[in-house]
Design a protein around this ligand. Sequence first.
Ligand code: SAH
Ligand code: MG
Length: 213
Amino acid sequence: MKDRIHSYIESLIKERDLLFQEMESYASLHNVPIMELSGIEVLLQLLRMQEPKRILEIGTAIGYSAMRMAQALPETEIVTIERDDERYDLAIQNITKSEYASQINILKGDALDIYQEVKDFGPYDAIFIDAAKGQYMKFFELYTPLLSTNGYVYTDNVLFKGLVTEETIESKRIRNLVGKIKKYNEWLMNHDHYLTTIVPVGDGLAISKKMSE
Ligand code: SAH
Ligand code: MG
């Protein structure tokens, strides 16, 4: 989804700290799908407005978004989940050598398997879903019971490089994934207990506000 407007916005974004720049280079070199710049800037700004005390992130990768959230919100605690061994190790390294180590707790495992552990650290004021696209609905249903009243769920990649608007997709695997994302988006937009809006920044960000009961 990198059009001229996104590139223009990104050209205005201030340079990140060296540590973050290194992580951005590493991610682009090794195809680690960290959040796109324009997307994370919007997410961080929403979080500054929301001021969550505790955030649950599903999908740490190398720790980039977790560390950026920690920097933007110095009082906030972040619990983040990663299932991939190599990325988990890198995230631990990156976070340990940063000044955000005390704010971030990385849990290793498949998010669908470690509910109990995640629950023990909760409740959460914000949940950020940024992991396997085919499982968004499962992550949402499993973890939103841990969301505090007035909490928000932020979901990344809901426009999947614009593929959600494509009529024909050659690859069966991608077609399948796109189908799941579209289903998730429709389900989310019609959810009885959440008010959702989708913002076309980065790879598409859904912002869902929990309605009071
Ligand atoms: N939030 C990160 C990027 C995450 S990329 C950032 O912006 O910096 C998505 C990550 O989710 C990948 O590293 C992948 O290994 C992990 N992942 C995918 N499915 C998962 C699952 N079910 N449980 C835990 N981690 C998962
Ligand atoms: Mg993402």
